[in-house]
Design a protein. Structure first.
Length: 264
């Protein structure tokens, strides 16, 4: 792994977005304005965009199938999925950033040999497992005050494109840069049985809340993804809401924002 010393003094921050924020132009613009206000803070934005993918596949006559909550990616759907994520979604985010006079650069995981991928063994089709590989491109962009916006599309050693879970992609970029990770979702954090937000959550506590039905539905997948990310990075990560982007500044100042997910 190539880790340059040219990066700015502040530890980079990787922010993962997806889902609803991509359908709300004002919310995305507000997040980008907050990022623009962070002086001397290197930021990398990693995005998915399942809602856009579903819409494009549906228009093309495909149905979306999932296995244990994970998208199946048949070979014949890969051009559309790559076009949606690395094309439409990525360029829309870059264009929104450009409209705010930000120096944004749209990338995919294999650009600059940043992240290498192997085929997932979970029998999901063209789904990649990402590994941090070479930080030179991101080091160069961050040291020149660019905002890299990275889609969760990667490639295998043989050149075939693969779809990568956006949380896993964000973890790989974090490992590449030894960065902090912030998972932005549509809620302010994880709630306990009394409806109060939990400031810190470990796997044991999370498992008991899932068993009791306190954490349920879509939040279960979010919490499990965050626990996996914290375990992979071997440090805590923050889960917070994109609806309050100004709180990112508080987070960088060391305040408790959202829920901190602890590693195993």
């Amino acid at each position: 792994m190539n880790n340059s010393t040219s990066r700015k003094a502040n530890k980079p921050l990787v922010i993962k977005i997806g889902g609803a924020i991509l359908e709300k132009k004002d919310a995305l613009a507000n997040l980008l304005k907050t990022i623009a206000s962070l002086k001397n803070q290197p930021v990398v934005l990693v995005h998915g965009g399942g809602c856009v993918v579903d819409e494009m596949l549906s228009q093309a006559g495909f149905t979306t199938e999932k296995k244990h909550g994970l998208r199946l990616t048949p070979q014949e759907q890969m051009p559309l999925i790559a076009g949606a994520l690395a094309g439409s979604v990525n360029k829309a985010i870059v264009a929104t950033a450009a409209s705010l006079q930000m120096q944004a650069v749209g990338l995919s995981l294999s650009d600059g040999d940043m992240v290498s991928c192997s085929l997932s063994n979970k029998d999901l089709g063209m789904v990649g497992e990402p590994s941090a590989h070479n930080s030179k491109l991101l080091d160069t962009l961050l040291s020149a005050d660019f905002l890299p916006i990275v889609s969760s599309i990667g490639s295998l050693a043989n050149g075939e494109l693969v779809n990568v879970n956006a949380d896993d992609a964000a973890v790989a970029i974090c490992q590449l840069l030894n960065a902090e990770l912030l998972l932005l979702t549509d809620v302010n954090g994880v709630r306990d049985a009394s409806g109060e937000y939990i400031s810190s959550l470990n796997k044991k506590h999370a498992d008991s809340l899932i068993e009791e039905g306190v954490i349920a539905g879509g939040m279960t997948a979010k919490v499990n993804a965050a626990l996996h990310a914290a375990s992979q990075l071997r440090r805590s990560i923050a889960v917070a809401s994109w609806q309050s982007p100004e709180k990112i500044i508080n987070l960088l100042n060391g305040d408790v924002v959202g829920t901190r997910i602890q590693p195993n």
